[in-house]
Design a protein around this ligand. Structure first.
Ligand SMILES: C[S@@+](CC[C@H](N)C(=O)[O-])C[C@H]1O[C@@H](n2cnc3c(N)ncnc32)[C@H](O)[C@@H]1O
Length: 353
């Protein structure tokens, strides 16, 4: 049998799920235990024919369960006044079967765990974020020719989706990152999670007894507070732009996760110098990223950056080591994370300086 280079069904599944989430179909299902397609459509403000088609596809993917027989294929509504009620006429767009015995739809356990949660399998925002990235990937032919992503309108950014997707990172990765940082750093009292999105890493440090500060763009702060809920009271929030200034500290540990790839080498070198100044003597910097030539994911992630940011990229271990050494950091060590494909570089500001 011929095999494709691409799992086309997976691509379609992504857009099906993202569409069902954005249109409100999933939340309509989540709010009730067994709804007809017409009820789902009414709750989501959706078209009935489209709802039947999407619900059947979700059932085929195992995300929705149908109670009752497969409905007749829904046909488009006929224009008002033309042949109402004929043998195939269906002015409402509802499936023919709905007039006899309407099937009921509900989320399956799989759909609930992955799309509604809460729980470790929740990937609602990650799937929405992944689907949204398609806009940029579709511009790749032009980007390959011009060499860089076109400036994108900041108003078109979907900050909530992006940072919430980060909050759904695998808890095992977050735990490993924090464990490796703390093993390297030893006993510390304070840390700052720079560009920490909704504070999922800051929260883990806080749970380990470290006083954590979350730093990200001001627009992210209310989303982070909402995400953290009760845990927010243990975390300090600082909004700002890391390319303009870092909080002065001094902190015992500064963590930069998945962020320096957004910026060019000159900016990254400067940010690392500023991080040195915001650390207490003996303090530790942690940088987590895919390293060029070392991570299996790095090459593909570089395309992701090529299409999404103007001057960022995937940088090599040698480049990070150079910036850290020039800033004055010592004891530079690189760890390959076991729970993911990225690396964590740790380095220390010498105690007497
Ligand atoms: C890919 S997410 C990484 C989130 C988190 N550090 C992690 O590793 O899971 C990048 C984060 O950097 C933040 N960010 C990007 N540029 C920033 C800037 N100039 N100042 C502050 N935050 C920034 C974004 O808002 C976003 O939360």
């Amino acid at each position: 049998m011929r095999r494709s280079l691409v799992d086309r069904e997976a691509v379609e599944r992504l857009f099906l799920i993202a569409g069902a989430l954005r249109s409100g179909v999933i939340d309509a299902l989540a709010a009730d235990d067994g709804l007809t397609a017409a009820q789902v459509a009414a709750a989501a403000g959706a078209d009935v024919r489209a709802a039947v088609i999407v619900l059947e596809a979700l059932a085929g993917e195992g995300l929705v369960e149908r109670e009752g027989p497969v409905p007749e294929p829904p046909v488009p509504a006929e224009p008002v006044g033309e042949g109402l009620g004929g043998p195939t006429g269906n002015p409402t767009g509802a499936p023919a079967a709905s007039r006899t015995g309407e099937p009921l739809y509900r989320l399956s356990a799989l759909g609930r765990d992955h799309l509604v949660g809460p729980g470790p399998d929740l990937e609602r925002w990650q799937l929405l974020h992944q689907a949204r990235k398609a806009w940029g990937w579709l511009e790749l032919p032009e980007i390959i020719q011009t060499g860089s992503a076109p400036p994108r309108d900041p108003a078109s950014r979907d900050t909530r989706t992006m940072v919430s997707a980060m909050g759904e990172r695998d808890p095992a990765i977050v735990e490993e990152i924090v464990n490796v940082c703390l093993t390297y750093a030893g006993a510390i009292e304070t840390m700052i999670d720079v560009a920490g999105a909704v504070g999922h890493v800051a929260r883990q440090f806080s749970r380990c007894g470290v006083r954590a500060t979350l730093f990200d763009r001001p627009a992210v702060m209310p989303i982070a507070e909402e995400y953290l809920g009760e845990d927010a009271k243990d975390i300090a929030f600082v909004g700002g732009d890391l390319t303009e200034a870092l909080p002065p500290g001094p902190f015992d540990l500064m963590y930069f996760g998945n962020v320096l790839h957004i910026y060019d080498p000159v900016t990254d070198a400067r940010v690392i110098r500023e991080a040195y100044a915001s650390l207490a003597p003996g303090g530790v910097i942690g940088i987590q990223n895919y390293l060029w030539g070392r991570s299996r994911r790095a090459a593909m992630f570089a395309v992701n950056m090529l299409q999404s940011v103007e001057n960022g990229g995937v940088w090599s271990e040698a480049m990070y080591r150079g910036w850290l050494s020039e800033a004055g950091f010592a004891k530079i060590e690189t760890f390959d994370l076991e729970t993911g494909e990225s690396q964590l570089i740790l380095a220390r500001r010498p105690a007497g300086e």
